[in-house]
Design a protein around this ligand. Sequence first.
Ligand SMILES: NC(=O)c1ccc[n+]([C@@H]2O[C@H](COP(=O)([O-])OP(=O)(O)OC[C@H]3O[C@@H](n4cnc5c(N)ncnc54)[C@H](OP(=O)(O)O)[C@@H]3O)[C@@H](O)[C@H]2O)c1
Length: 359
Amino acid sequence: MSIRACILGATGYGGGELLRLLAQHPELDALDGLSRSRGGTAFGSVHPHLNGVVAGAFSEAPDWRALAAAERPVLFAALPHGEFAKQWPALWDEIGAAGLHERLAVIDLSGDFRLQSAKAFARHYGHAHPCPEWLGKFRYGLPELNESRPEGRSYTGASPTLIANPGCFATAIQLALLPLARLPDPGFIAVSGVTGSSGSGATPSDTTHHPTRAHDFRAYKVAGHQHFGEVEQMFALAGAGTRTVSFVPHSAPLVRGIFVTAQFALPKGIDAAALRDAYKSCYAEAPFVRIVDGSPRVAAVVGSNFCDLSVTVRDGHAIVLAALDNLVKGMAGQAVQNMNLALGLDEATGLRQAALYPG
Ligand SMILES: NC(=O)c1ccc[n+]([C@@H]2O[C@H](COP(=O)([O-])OP(=O)(O)OC[C@H]3O[C@@H](n4cnc5c(N)ncnc54)[C@H](OP(=O)(O)O)[C@@H]3O)[C@@H](O)[C@H]2O)c1
């Protein structure tokens, strides 16, 4: 197979991770990285770790002719929140003019098309969607969730192939809670999560600037994080209706990494062994979910596409812990996993590497 991939927003953290991962993908033939401001400069001038490894320079606009000539053309969007949705109707016209409506796989890393209803979007993002008619046309790309859906894990039958890649916190929380969607409702589920500073992207702000967070620890968006909508939607997509989940995110002095703690009462009729079996069987075929003993560790997953999970039961209550790299399984790695599924490849192609340890 010969893949040509084009990345919108290639100078950002997600764009850099896509360049790193795609460059080592065995089926990739050509890679374009776009930037509004860095056209003509080498990828390594922005992403120093790619120097001498990923050849090429940023360009300013997609090369539709080259994409149309490719056997398997793929467009990744790694743009800031709201930007891809704003550009999408015009981009769709350009995709059509290039004769690519049926053949291009589109994978959006932002939150713009993850929620399937305009009402849910407005509730969780606080503003109306710019092109609500497209909501629901992007398939929500959490492979472990899609395993249990009638369409299955692969997207190869879809035309056009439009995929909304899940959020980083949303991925960790959903993987921690997905097995519960197949069990009786446990009642209230309390989730607390911790993220590193790269979760906010490459442009510094008061909350991501190193001096303001290197020695701090705090909660933010308490009970109001936008990824909550994806968790609600996951229970509905998995056929479990609604579940009561509370989520408190925290910012930690890490660069990469997400760590989530979920606590709930054991569902009726389920003991500790049955709960552990439910987690094991849910992820038996999932190449990137590892059930570990003790606590998962951010250091054991950073740089890799793995999400490590542990399940502990005590006095009728369960504690599920999850750790992943927000820029890999929480973003670019999962996007490549989704590309593999969209193209009918083994989903782990190009992604089976261990974390850097110690990080
Ligand atoms: N960081 C994470 O952990 C994470 C995880 C999951 C999902 N996401 C989502 O993935 C998307 C990309 O995240 P990121 O962390 O890679 O962001 P980022 O580091 O801020 O990069 C975004 C890139 O988009 C380009 N861009 C194009 N139009 C822009 C505009 N109007 N304003 C600002 N930048 C524009 C910029 O490159 P040029 O200026 O060179 O064009 C910029 O480098 C976001 O929607 C984010 O919410 C992020």
